[in-house]
Design a protein around this ligand. Structure first.
Ligand code: NAD
Length: 365
């Protein structure tokens, strides 16, 4: 199959981890006889420095014409330390989601057994956890009206949802649940927020079209607690933009590290695949970033955008195999055993790529 992929490395460790994601895609193409064509484009701080715009028109044009996007991260300490700056890297990300109609963010929380010890949660509570988050991406406080009153001492961000925005992501969540354990947990704050009451009403209506799926509702505060207390009780979690942002970072601890979690942003056109972590300037340039979230994002890309199930599963199996062999980056190292072999970003990517060939040959034998 011939496909065109745009790589948006972005800022900080984004460049380091997407290099490894691409390495694995290259190995998949070579092993399975596909042809992946790549092009690069700029976004975020890097784009602001070059053009003054966090999402240059040239980037947007390229994104509209490709088959899939592999994205790193945006962000820079300059902006984190000065919230008054008007042009900001994350504006590039928000505009990209809006322009490409990427309204559903899928975040699988997959726990590899080998990393049971890397989480701060007890292994007996974690074992067997497998959650798929559906976070709405183009509504909520991020896109509602925002501002300051004249006195500058009162600020507001409007939490706003429209029926169609809830309907379209709810359908995706229920459809995904049908292929899994057939349970959707919708998370809101319907006891106090009107936008959440609309959310719940619409999700209940859509749920009736999927009688084989069990629907339950949780308030976001209770869900935050239960995620850590009984992570195995969740299958598909459906939630809004703000609650999803917070809950998925919390859930990253189930997987052991931010460096392990991949995500897919999809809508009706092209899909975008990225780790859930940010640009991590505290470790940029040190060669120690965990590339597995970017590599697992590449696995999602193969499955969702290209329909390459076997290729995607091969990438996941290669990651599993590397972890079984004791290879770790520093963030997921198990300090209680001397069997762990700490690798840098580049070597971890190469190990995964090496295992792809082995797994494919084994499957054929
Ligand atoms: P972050 O995810 O960048 O880092 C949080 C912590 O996790 C840091 O200690 C970091 O070293 C560690 N970490 C993250 N990814 C890792 C990896 N692959 N391997 C090993 N350790 C890893 O979040 P932050 O520090 O809150 O934000 C840094 C910058 O990233 C900010 O400018 C923020 O705005 C931006 N950000 C961007 C995105 C995005 O582009 N989607 C998401 C979140 C944050």
């Amino acid at each position: 199959m011939k496909k065109r992929i745009i790589i948006l490395p972005g800022d900080g460790i984004g460049k380091e981890v997407t290099t490894e994601g691409k390495k694995v895609l290259d190995k998949i193409a070579e092993t399975f006889g596909h042809q992946f064509e790549y092009d690069y484009a700029s976004i975020g701080h890097e784009a602001i420095e070059a053009t003054g715009n966090p999402l240059p028109d040239e980037t947007l044009e390229k994104l509209k014409k490709c088959d899939a996007i592999l994205f790193g991260a945006v962000g820079h300490p300059t902006y984190d330390n000065d919230p008054t700056l008007k042009v900001r890297p994350e504006q590039g990300l928000l505009k990209m989601r809006k322009e490409l109609g990427l309204y559903a963010n899928l975040r699988p929380i997959k726990l590899f057994d080998e990393l049971l010890g890397a989480s701060s949660i007890k292994p007996e509570i974690l074992k067997g956890s497998d959650i798929l988050f559906f976070r709405e991406l183009t509504g909520d406080v991020y896109f509602g009206e925002k501002g300051r009153k004249d006195d500058r001492n009162t600020a507001y961000d409007l939490m706003i949802y429209q029926r169609f925005e809830v309907e379209r992501i709810a359908h995706k969540a229920f459809q995904a649940a049908q292929t899994r354990k057939k349970k959707v947990t919708s998370v809101d704050k319907a006891n106090v927020l009107e936008s959440s009451r609309l959310w719940r009403e619409v999700v209940q209506e859509i749920g009736k079209q999927y009688p084989d799926v069990t629907l339950e509702h949780q308030f976001v505060d209770a869900a935050a607690m239960k995620l850590i207390q009984t992570p195995r009780s969740f299958d598909v979690v459906l939630t809004g933009n703000l609650f999803g942002d917070i809950l998925t970072d919390e859930a990253s601890q189930i997987a052991g590290s931010m460096g392990m979690l991949a995500s897919a942003s999809v809508g009706d056109k092209v899909g975008l695949y990225e780790p859930i972590h940010g640009s991590a300037h505290d470790i940029t340039g040190k060669g120690i970033a965990n590339p597995l979230a970017s590599i697992l994002s590449a696995a999602l890309l193969l499955d969702i955008s290209f329909g390459m199930k076997e290729e995607s599963e091969t990438v996941i199996a290669a990651v599993e195999s590397v972890l079984k062999q004791g290879f770790r980056t520093g963030d997921i190292a198990d300090t209680s055993t001397d069997k762990t072999k700490i690798l840098n970003t580049h070597v971890m990517g190469s190990e995964v790529a090496k295992n792809i060939k082995k797994i494919k040959s084994f499957a054929q034998a």
